[in-house]
Design a protein around this ligand. Structure first.
Ligand code: PLP
Length: 414
């Protein structure tokens, strides 16, 4: 990986006099100047509402928005631009699907299948759907290393299974699910699959046609793009059959007082209200940025940092790496330190200028299955260095039980 640190303005700032050591990239990534410039340029030169007003600036804004859609289409290998719906992020995309596709498909006595490692954003929308419909949520168990066994997944698909929703990559352990094969198994059983790609898109090229995914969701902010915008990919025939989600401006052909409302086709039907046009433009710039770095370089870099962290953690007294991050490196290494609350570990690192996430990572049911209170998670991006990994792990040699261990030994935070 060439040195990309200069591309990221935030890395030239300081936290308590030191450059930030930011190892919390699975939560959100920093943004390269190219993305920031694209957003500023959009507001500076093309601010207008899209698809509505009849003037040159509105046409320019619309053209940039649709160009962003085409860029996402190309990045995901989708067949048609209409298969790309801009959303508010992964959570928003999955809620959209639960409230439209799910609501139409899942009834009393039916089943929805999810994996044991799901983030709440790919669990709660399905759980609520099942509660409302009188359906059953089937959770495919994970093994002791936090992996989904494909045979267990296939076995969970029964005659009443109406859909499956699976993480591509676990945000807790970085485990990569064999989604291509899982989708094949599901399709053999006549079950459509929603993939939560939030942690996959930043670390590997995703080709929705190669995966044969029915739906695939991700967030821009985890792949060097802005917050508040994301993507729902849906196969054209499936999107075409979806009812509107939120209704309002931009979704209709016309409205008359005493006639049924006629909605426009997807994707506009699913993008009610003024969308985050600059966000979409920023997302397209972000995807272009990573593609230009080259996926081989990104993956090698991830593997190098994961290997470095796992190797160094082995030498820290009491430290245990959770899962098998080196098997399928995706930039995430989770660990625990015997006798020290994850929050004391995170606090210690924070006091020394190292940002990590600690806790249950919005996946408490997964942590329950692993029998853990929480973990400390190092998560890497293209600008992280082996020196930063060494610095973080070196600091663990001086970590001691603190107030969390002493006073809140069993308290969990999200
Ligand atoms: C696997 C996974 N799914 C879904 C989400 C939710 O993403 P967002 O908060 O951008 O909607 C996250 C965020 O951490 C995630 O890691």
């Amino acid at each position: 990986m060439t040195d990309v640190r200069d591309d990221f303005p935030i890395l030239r700032t300081s936290v308590d006099g030191e450059p930030p050591v930011y190892l919390d990239n699975a939560a959100t990534t920093q943004k390269p100047a190219r993305v920031l410039d694209a957003i500023v340029d959009h507001y500076a030169t093309a601010t207008a509402n899209i698809g509505r007003s009849h003037h040159a600036l509105a046409r320019r804004a619309t053209e940039r928005y649709e160009r962003a859609r085409a860029a996402v289409q190309a990045a995901l290998g989708a067949a048609h631009p209409e298969e790309i719906v801009f959303t508010g992020g992964t959570t928003d995309g999955i809620n959209l699907l639960a409230d439209t596709f799910g609501r139409e498909r899942v009834g009393a006595g039916d089943e929805v299948v999810v994996c044991g490692m799901e983030h709440n954003s790919n669990l709660l929308p399905w759980r609520r759907l099942c509660e409302r419909a009188g359906a059953r949520l089937t959770v495919v168990p994970v093994d002791e290393r936090g992996r989904t066994d494909r045979a267990d997944f296939a076995a969970a698909l029964g005659p009443r299974t109406r859909l499956a929703a699976v993480a591509h990559v676990s945000n807790v352990l970085g485990t990569v699910n064999p989604v291509r094969e899982m989708i094949r198994d599901a399709h053999r059983a006549g079950v459509p699959v929603v993939v939560d790609g939030a942690q996959a898109v930043p670390h590997a090229p995703v080709d929705v046609r190669d995966l044969d995914a029915d739906f695939y969701c991700f967030s821009a902010h985890k792949v060097y793009g802005p917050t508040g915008v994301g993507v729902l990919y849906g196969r054209r025939d499936l999107l075409a059959g979806l009812p509107p989600y939120r209704v309002g401006g931009g979704t209709v052909k016309g409205v008359a007082r005493d006639e049924p409302v006629a909605y426009v086709p997807a994707p506009a039907r699913l993008e009610a209200g003024t969308p985050d046009v600059a966000g979409a433009v920023g997302l397209a710039a972000a995807l272009g940025y990573v593609a230009d770095l080259g996926w081989d370089a990104v993956r090698e870099h991830d593997a190098e940092l994961v290997h470095r962290a796992v190797t160094a953690l082995r030498k820290v007294p009491g430290a245990r790496v959770v899962g098998a991050p080196e098997e399928t490196p995706s930039g995430i290494v989770s660990f625990v330190i015997e006798g020290v609350h994850p929050y004391d570990v995170g606090g210690h690192l924070d006091r020394h200028g190292v940002a990590v996430r600690c806790g249950v990572h919005c996946a408490s049911t997964f942590l329950d299955d692993l029998g853990l209170l929480g973990t400390v998670r190092l998560s890497f991006a293209v600008y992280n260095t082996v020196e930063e990994v060494d610095r973080a792990v070196d600091l663990l040699h001086s970590v001691r039980p603190g107030v969390w261990t002493a006073e809140h030994p069993t308290t969990r935070f999200l």
